[in-house]
Design a protein around this ligand. Structure first.
Ligand SMILES: Cc1cc2nc3c(=O)[nH]c(=O)nc-3n(C[C@H](O)[C@H](O)[C@H](O)COP(=O)(O)OP(=O)(O)OC[C@H]3O[C@@H](n4cnc5c(N)ncnc54)[C@H](O)[C@@H]3O)c2cc1C
Length: 468
């Protein structure tokens, strides 16, 4: 058995890399991790955490407005953007320190610098070579920017999270989850927001009812969503204003343009292809269910594998790998039934499959949809509504998907994800007593099935089902 410097060498100290290395360290493995930026990765420093802090910060505008309906009078609120940014950055510094401490406490050696693989058991960082029995690639992903004239003037989510000044007007290109989250943040902070999307509705890949409902709610809040349009080119004027020419021939002006046009796996220039590690056409490391690449000693977890690009997934994949390699406990993550959220305003949360996917894979369905104004907004007069949807396989009455748009959706759907994972049926939901008065109780009280569009069409040619 050859002697290596380490049992595991991890490249990238983000969610997946840190989780895997710590778990391996806890079983006594000798582990090193290298990081070219700050320990913590995208989620902690450029993603979930700073974004959610800004969502909280932005939401106060609504809360101040809503308080009037409950009898409060609040002087005209003003925002100190620099103060909010400084508070957020302080919290990120704290978390960065926590992550470093956690690594240290697990006996994981942190090596600062960019790592690249030189052979199946060797990683080079800052000119020094380290050998390891196993190498883990957890280098995450980076924002994708299409090539076009003027692209150097745009920002991505990284830039949007660290803006020195709050722009007066922003154009956000892309209606995926990052685009709609930032649209909600900026809109609530008083910025004039235009969102350009390629389709008709935001959130491609989500359930169609969720997509149209959220698009409508965002428009109600004053976000100018322009459908079926993209950017042709853009230029910066002498006064710093950005001028955007769209594919519809319109010219739009803004103080900032943010591209939220997807992310690509971070695999460029780290020696993988040279070693024969197979990458897919987007550059993601191709792995088996146990996260092993085409080279036996090299593994990959998290966004770099482009499976389900979420923090808890990267963490679970990383831990499963450490269990397999160092605890004699072979584990694979089941990627089905993973819940997710979009922290838009109102937020979205979903677990299971969409109605479209369910019709293709499960045939006849019972679909329950409910839309209502949450009690919270009755006194405040806010027009925001909530929508909940449960998709049930007709033959077995097993729930295939829960979807919600509305206040507290992510907090509500987390519990339902457990039920879905356990194979909950509609009858079991019906037998569950609700917590009153909440919005969540709607999920256990929905009774009316939405007319099946196919069956209705068979009965009455030309008839179209109408959402509740
Ligand atoms: C704006 C935004 C919001 C998001 N919000 C959410 C959310 O609300 N919920 C959620 O679940 N997910 C969210 N995500 C996704 C989440 O951040 C990622 O899925 C998660 O961070 C992936 O973890 P990872 O370990 O694969 O990669 P990362 O956390 O990105 O870590 C990769 C690390 O590798 C380092 N690295 C790269 N190359 C090298 C190299 N050659 N040498 C050394 N170090 C290297 C990087 O600097 C980085 O620190 C969000 C992402 C973004 C961009």
């Amino acid at each position: 058995m050859p002697q290596y410097d380490f049992d595991l060498f991890t490249i990238g100290a983000g969610s997946g890399g840190v989780a895997s290395s710590r778990r391996a360290g806890s079983y006594g493995a000798k582990v090193a991790i290298c990081e070219e930026d700050r320990v913590g990765g995208t989620c902690v420093l450029r993603g979930c955490v700073p974004k959610k802090l800004l969502v909280y910060g932005a939401h106060f505008r609504h809360d101040f407005e809503d308080s009037a309906g409950y009898g409060w009078s609040v002087p005209e609120p003003t925002l100190d953007w620099k103060k909010l940014q400084a508070a957020k950055d302080k919290e990120l510094d704290r978390l960065n320190g926590v992550y470093k401490r956690l690594l240290r406490d697990s006996g994981v050696q942190l090596i600062e610098g960019r790592g690249h693989v030189v052979d199946p058991h060797t990683v080079e960082v800052a000119g020094k070579r380290y050998t390891a029995a196993h190498i883990l690639i957890s280098t995450g992903s980076r924002p994708f920017l299409p090539e076009m004239p003027g692209i150097e003037h745009v920002i991505t989510s990284d830039g949007a999270l660290s803006l020195k000044e709050l722009p007066r007007r922003i154009i956000i290109v892309g209606g995926g989850y990052i685009g709609v989250e930032f649209a909600g943040i900026f809109n609530a902070l008083g910025v004039k927001v235009v969102v350009l999307i390629r389709g008709d509705t935001v959130l491609r890949g989500f359930d169609d009812d969720v997509r149209s409902f959220l698009t409508q709610e965002m428009r109600k809040k004053g976000i100018d969503i322009r459908s079926e349009v993209f950017v042709r080119d853009l230029e910066k004027r002498a006064d710093g204003t950005l001028s955007v020419l769209t594919t519809m021939g319109d010219t739009l002006e803004a103080d900032a343009v943010m591209f939220a046009t997807g992310r690509v796996p971070h695999t460029r220039g780290i020696g993988l292809e040279e070693l024969g590690v197979k990458l897919d056409k987007r550059g993601a490391v191709m792995v088996d269910a146990g996260s092993r690449s085409s080279v036996e000693s090299i593994y990959a977890v998290g966004d770099v594998t482009d499976r389900l690009n979420l923090t808890p997934v990267a963490i679970a994949e990383g831990r499963a790998l450490a269990e397999t390699l160092f605890n004699d406990n072979p584990m694979q993550l089941d990627h089905s039934g993973v819940p997710s959220a979009v922290f838009s305003q109102p937020p979205v949360s979903t677990v299971g499959i969409t109605e479209l996917a369910a019709r293709e894979s499960h045939g006849k369905l019972d679909v329950y949809v409910s839309s209502f104004r949450p009690m919270k907004y009755t006194l405040s007069g806010r027009e925001e509504r909530a929508m909940m949807k449960t998709i049930v396989e007709r033959d077995t009455q097993r729930v295939l998907g829960f979807h919600m748009v509305g206040v507290d959706a992510p907090e509500i759907v987390q519990g339902l994800a457990v039920a879905l994972k356990c194979g909950v049926t509609k009858q079991q939901l019906d037998a569950t007593v609700g917590i009153h008065p909440t919005a969540a109780e709607e999920f256990v009280t929905m009774r009316d099935k939405r007319p099946d569009p196919q069956e209705s069409a068979e009965r009455e040619p030309g008839h179209e089902a109408v959402n509740n």
